[in-house]
Design a binder for this molecule. Structure first.
Ligand code: SF4
Length: 427
């Protein structure tokens, strides 16, 4: 769906805008239009405080030339940050837990640290692409770059959602965010931001003078940005970019990470992809054509789904949950549907036995049937097994294992060969 709408971007786009535009150009427009009025959610506030805590932690390590910060000292920084910005008390324990995990694991290479919560700008065909890098190191005399983005929520995407497996088994990023950070470090320039007196008005709140000033909104101060002259790692050949989840413990009890790698050749190809993306943004801006494209990824984070030109019923349950009531209603109907589906499945299975001799062919290419026998191995009493391991006793897996066989009843699509065979058999 495409309905025309004008919006000037001033040849400047942020990483967040691009993330929305990339998934659905219309949601990019909605982000640009509603950015100023976006309400702060508790997740945003919690994320901002957690980022401030990690920034202080790294700065403390740099000040003392130490690769880690003692967790007990870090606790003081956490308390300070919580006192400086309001976060609901119900979130404090969660923030402390993730901060503790971060402090016990996060180690830096002091001389290599190149960016801590630092703004970057990158010129792309006359446009400025901006992003903020949480943490970066430049290693091996500039040949290698490491960049990390902290994710402070409770969920993490699957690897396949953010990366592709290369033939040499490397995981190469396909997440726009990770690619942008890598590009910013190699081709962008870090920006120095300073707070300076506003020269467009006479506002001086300390002395009770405030002007209706468009530049500083009467605060008397503006943030001035000055890009540095050089990129941080223009000669980098190898880039490691990862999402770091201090709030999530992996199966080994460690902080979850989603690590990806890029060669310089791959990065240069992504630079062309970014140029293509910017060319599309420029066209949308010129023509006013911001098409809406429905997808799970884009609609889940749509900044203003209520303004989507595609009616809710045509979006197939995407971005239909806007309020807490919608959410409760959706959770209840999901619960009921699940029960209904389970009973329906059981009925289909029984009826397939009774009426179709255990195999039901339906639709153009679908079949319900029993799959091959599957051997299921389970350890019902895992605690007993762990107790034996911890006590150093020799463990025979078979002693703890229960082996059973099942014939799963499955719904599946027939392969092209099976359909051909059916036709040959005159079915
Ligand atoms: S709801 Fe989905 S399709 Fe509609 S504008 Fe938002 S992201 Fe695009």
């Amino acid at each position: 769906v495409s309905t025309r709408s004008r919006h000037e971007l001033d040849h400047r786009v942020s990483q967040t805008f691009l993330r929305h535009y990339d998934g659905c150009p219309r949601s990019g427009l909605l982000y640009a239009e509603t950015r100023e009025e976006q309400v702060k959610t508790v997740e945003m506030v919690r994320g901002a405080v957690a980022h401030a805590i990690y920034e202080r932690g790294v700065n403390l390590m740099l000040e003392h030339g130490e690769p880690m910060v003692p967790p007990d000292l870090f606790k003081v920084l956490v308390d300070e940050a919580l006192a400086e910005q309001h976060v609901p008390l119900s979130e404090h324990d969660f923030i402390r837990e993730q901060a503790w995990r971060w402090a016990t694991e996060w180690a830096i290479d002091v001389p290599s640290v190149a960016a801590v919560e630092r703004l970057f700008t990158m010129k792309v065909d006359g446009w400025a692409v901006r992003c903020k890098v949480d943490y970066a190191e430049v290693l091996n005399g500039g040949q290698r770059v490491y960049v990390a983005d902290y994710k402070t929520g409770r969920g993490a995407p699957r690897y396949e959602d953010i990366a592709r497996k290369r033939p040499d088994r490397r995981l190469s990023p396909k997440s726009l965010q990770l690619v942008l950070y890598a590009l910013a470090l190699v081709y962008g320039r870090p920006v120095v931001v300073t707070k300076e007196r506003c020269l467009n008005c006479a506002s001086d709140p300390e002395h009770g003078v405030t002007d209706l000033c468009a530049s500083c909104a009467g605060s008397g101060f503006v943030h001035v940005e000055r890009p540095e002259s050089d990129a941080l790692a223009p000669r980098a050949q190898e880039i490691v970019a990862e999402f770091v989840y201090p709030a999530i413990e992996n199966s080994e009890g460690r902080m979850l990470r989603r690590r990806t790698e890029l060669t310089r050749i791959e990065l240069d190809e992504y630079r062309e992809s970014l140029r293509a993306l910017i060319a599309n943004v420029a066209r949308s801006e010129q023509t006013g054509d911001w098409p809406a494209i429905v997808s799970d990824d884009a609609c889940q984070i749509c900044p203003a789904a209520a303004r989507c030109p595609i009616p809710t019923d045509l979006r197939e349950d995407r971005a239909s949950i806007q309020t807490l009531e919608d959410l409760r209603a959706a959770a209840e109907s999901y619960f009921v549907d699940q029960h209904r589906m389970r009973s329906r499945r059981a009925e289909i299975k029984a009826a397939t036995e009774r009426l179709a001799a255990g195999r039901l062919r339906y639709g153009a290419d679908r079949v319900w049937e029993y799959g091959p026998v599957k051997v299921v191995r389970e350890i019902p009493d895992k605690d007993a097994l762990w107790a034996a391991v911890e006590a150093g006793r020799p463990v025979e897996r078979a002693e703890y294992e229960r082996v059973s066989e099942t014939t799963p009843f499955l719904d599946r699509a027939l392969s092209a060969e099976e359909l051909e065979q059916e036709e040959a058999d005159g079915a």
